[in-house]
Design a protein around this ligand. Sequence first.
Ligand code: ASP
Length: 320
Amino acid sequence: MAQAKVHILTTGGTIASRSDAPMVDGPQLVQAVPRLLDYAEISVEEFSKIGSSKMKPENWLNLAQRIQEIIQEKPDLASIIITHGTDTMEETAFFLNLVAKTEIPIVIVGSMRSSNEISADGPANLLNAVRVSISEQARGKGVLVVLNENISAGRDLLKMNNRRVETFEANSLGYLGFADPDTIIFYRTPTKPHTIQSDFNLQNIAQFSKIDIVQDFAGFDPEILELLGQRDIDGLVISSFAGGRMSYGMLEGLEKLKNRNFPIVIASSVRGGRIIGKPYADQGWIISPDLPANKARILLMLALTNDHDKKEIQQIFDTY
Ligand code: ASP
């Protein structure tokens, strides 16, 4: 029987790293796991060779455009794998989950241990990513992330540990399924719109708007927002306390930004659960019910690729 065709795009990260040598090239990374060939016919392409803390929105855009080209070039492709650092994996996954116009599985994979460490997790993660990507159940579930035998939804995963191989959790929503040795098993399916169901289009993105994120803290100095108000930005995300609550200083600073009229999104820095209701509707501030600040920034960037008023932006946050 002909094997499924899988295209692997490598971007860098710990999965491509050794602590004693430079990052390996894409093809080398894949050749180090010969068992991949038991499952699929593999093609490899090095997209970049960077730590994911160095990723920028331009890289996401190029990656998304490259994915669309690959799908055109290889119509019989079963899936696409992206190897990526874990630091910003949740951001790349969320972005692609909203803009990639395809039903074929896109699976992002990385590792927490470099390849020269004992019990490096990269090879097993890559093998599992390929197994998940060619599973019939992975189709139509949006962008997925596979790490430590767990399958996460691109929208939901969050990096929760600096070191451990089980770093990804999904905002108390849990995993979609598991890449177990005997089988790939899914228990749930994402319900929020993604990929072909999403309204966002790469064609609309000529340039990303500039959105800043500000973290609240006890005793926040409103001068921080006064200084930020001098920047030429298109929107702002506040990473608030639980439930969207903010310090006196943050509230005072936001009051002074009123004349700027750009969208202000309140996200919670507490990972888990939602901001209940619309606590600042009378101020015109938008609530990100459960997306943390980094993902709220991405959604706002995408929302601003179209002409939307604040009410419509709130609807987008309630939908995605
Ligand atoms: N330095 C890494 C990165 O590129 C961390 C990792 O991949 O786990 O994000």
